[in-house]
Ligand binder design. Structure first.
Ligand code: C2E
Ligand code: MG
Ligand code: MG
Ligand code: MG
Length: 269
């Protein structure tokens, strides 16, 4: 009996997975994916850029977040298609911006180590648009194949003048040696360090070390997950350049972001 129950449960799970796959294919064809935009600010709370975060407007299930569907995307090898959609959406957004600021998109490991990726980029974005694009690549992904990552980033930056950020920085133990050779523009200090800034002396020291290191390498830092005024002020004192987090603004629909850009100050860095 118990074995039968287990089988039923498993069958249901597998059915769900395949339903999800069909839904995903349908969603890609019918443009059910949208971007939510989270602004990034400087010390004066002027907008200097924004991160595009993927959402799925599912007809039955409502708004889904990356955590809800990325496991299935990975499982069925659909990441490349999804990234193509994200680049398409980002391009449309950049074209619509009333004041130009840099828009960051998240790029997975599957993308940057694929042949198609550079072709996508250069066919979607001409010179005028691509200078507003920022590719966020996690430190974890970069260290999977550091030499390949260095080659690729060096090449695309030379050919396409795109900005590159290392996302979730501090969690991947990348060495200074690599960092020196990676031609990136921004280090995004992982949310976990910001969260424990006042709780864990080690995290405070790590943030300060990342900031000093970035300065000596000529890179800008962005703190992610800034949730309180105290964190915002302390991070400024430490010398972080830019800030992103619920305290300043939550991710919002594109229209709201465009409105915010129109009414608030923005600076280009
Ligand atoms: P991430 O790139 O590190 O993005 C930051 C995540 O932190 C976002 O979650 C954002 O909503 C959330 N966040 C921002 N400020 C705060 C804050 O103050 N406090 C807290 N607790 N959270 C904050 P989201 O949108 O659920 O995205 C999760 C992850 O999914 C992203 O992490 C990124 O790795 C991935 N992702 C999102 N969009 C895409 C995409 O288009 N392509 C790929 N490959 N991955 C994506
Ligand atoms: Mg990111
Ligand atoms: Mg991040
Ligand atoms: Mg993160």
């Amino acid at each position: 009996n118990s074995i039968q129950i287990f089988d039923e449960a498993m069958k249901k799970q597998i059915d769900n997975l395949y339903t999800m796959k069909e839904d995903l294919e349908y969603a890609l064809q019918n443009h059910e994916f949208i971007l939510h935009i989270q602004p990034q600010f400087d010390h004066n709370k002027s907008i200097v850029g924004a991160e595009a975060l993927l959402r799925w407007q599912h007809p039955q299930k409502g708004l889904l977040y990356p955590g809800d569907f990325f496991p299935v995307v990975e499982e069925f090898g659909m990441m490349t298609q999804l990234t193509e959609e994200v680049l398409y959406l980002a391009k449309q957004l950049i074209q619509k911006l009333p004041k130009k600021v840099r828009i960051a998109v998240n790029i997975s490991g599957r993308d940057i180590y694929s042949e198609q990726f550079e072709t996508f980029l250069s066919s979607y974005f001409d010179k005028e648009l691509i200078c507003w694009l920022d590719l966020e690549i996690t430190e974890q992904v970069l260290i999977q194949d550091v030499n390949k990552a260095i080659d690729l980033i060096t090449r695309i930056k030379k050919e396409l003048a795109v900005a590159v950020s290392i996302d979730d920085f501090g969690t991947g133990y990348s060495s200074l040696q690599y960092l020196k050779r990676l031609p990136v523009d921004f280090l995004k200090i992982d949310r976990s360090f910001v969260q424990d800034l006042f709780k864990d002396k080690n995290d405070y020291v790590i943030v300060a070390t990342i900031v000093n290191m970035a300065k000596s390498l000529g890179l800008k830092t962005i703190a992610e997950g800034v949730e309180t005024k105290e964190q915002f002020e302390e991070l400024q004192k430490i010398g972080v350049d830019f800030f992103q987090g619920y305290y300043l603004a939550k991710p919002m629909p594109e229209d709201s972001f465009i409105e915010l850009l129109q009414t608030s100050g923005s600076v280009v860095h």
